[in-house]
Design a protein around this ligand. Structure first.
Ligand code: ARG
Length: 262
């Protein structure tokens, strides 16, 4: 069973644009975002996972995306440093949450947006770069979290965080959308994961890869029907959720979920 940290979208809004999904002129429904988030949280509880909460702060509309709050492996916490000023104040709030609970927290020297770009896959870390997390942070991540880091180059601005283009399914397999990666990174992924589940453009366009797997059950957006079929054919169980309101900020289930590995 997994331990997750989440942040209720009390202050969720789309008031700035730091990724192509965000349109500050388009309407959004805060109450619906909260209801969708509550359903996601309940999904984890029903699966037997633990969900802890961090207090949402006013003026930080993207704080609901807890995956960007840290990377936690073996009780070691690498804190984050956001690319964009709009999200900068989330970093100390997440670092404080971990410090208050006795975790060893390392402050980063380089830009990294936590589990948005740094994903534990078995014994190694897959790390994205190209839009948010800097390449320099990958070496820092390896040093702090003490796992080998594989750098992957993201090339499509719509898939600006690694977790929008790749989902770790279990210790030995992933699902991903190849065109989100450079040719060299696609070759690396083919080598590492010959049996990977390959998502199509429709799956990617509904942020279907922004899914959360506990190794057996994959929680993914209800709109990603092809990906869900592929996952079931490969022997995974699927549970679907509708987080369409949060997608207006460029996020899905995984963005709302930070795994705490003590
Ligand atoms: N609006 C947020 C941003 O652009 C969305 C973050 C989504 N988080 C994620 N882990 N992909 O930073």
């Amino acid at each position: 069973m997994r331990r997750y940290l989440m942040c209720r979208p009390t202050h969720f809004a789309v008031t700035y644009r730091i990724n192509p999904w965000m349109d500050p002129t388009a309407p959004y429904d805060n109450a619906l975002a909260v209801a969708q988030w509550e359903a996601l949280r309940q999904t984890y509880l029903d699966l037997g996972h633990t969900v802890e909460l961090i207090d949402p702060l006013p003026g930080l509309p993207d704080m609901v995306f807890a995956a960007n709050g840290a990377t936690v492996v073996d009780g070691r916490v690498l804190a984050v440093q956001f690319r964009d000023a709009e999200r900068a104040d989330e970093a100390p709030a997440y670092a404080a949450w971990f410090r208050e609970r006795g975790f060893a927290v390392t402050e980063p020297k380089h830009t990294n947006e936590g589990e948005g770009d740094i994903l534990l896959a078995g014994d190694i870390l897959l790390a994205g770069t190209g839009f948010r997390t800097s390449h320099a942070s990958h070496a820092e991540t390896q040093e702090v979290l003490q796992r080998p880091v594989i750098s992957l180059q993201l090339v499509d601005p719509a898939y600006y965080h690694l977790d929008t283009a790749l989902c770790v399914l279990d210790d030995t397999n992933v699902a991903y959308y190849p065109p989100a990666f450079s040719p060299g990174s696609q070759a690396v992924l083919r080598q590492l994961y010959p049996h990977a589940i390959v998502a199509n453009a429709e799956d990617a366009a509904v942020l279907g890869l922004n899914a959360v797997s506990d190794g057996r059950t994959v929680v993914l957006p209800v709109q990603a029907t092809h990906l869900a079929d592929e996952l079931r054919s490969a022997g995974y169980q699927t549970v679907t959720v509708d987080v369409s309101e949060l997608r207006k900020a460029g996020g899905g289930p995984k963005c709302c979920t930070l795994e705490v590995r003590s």
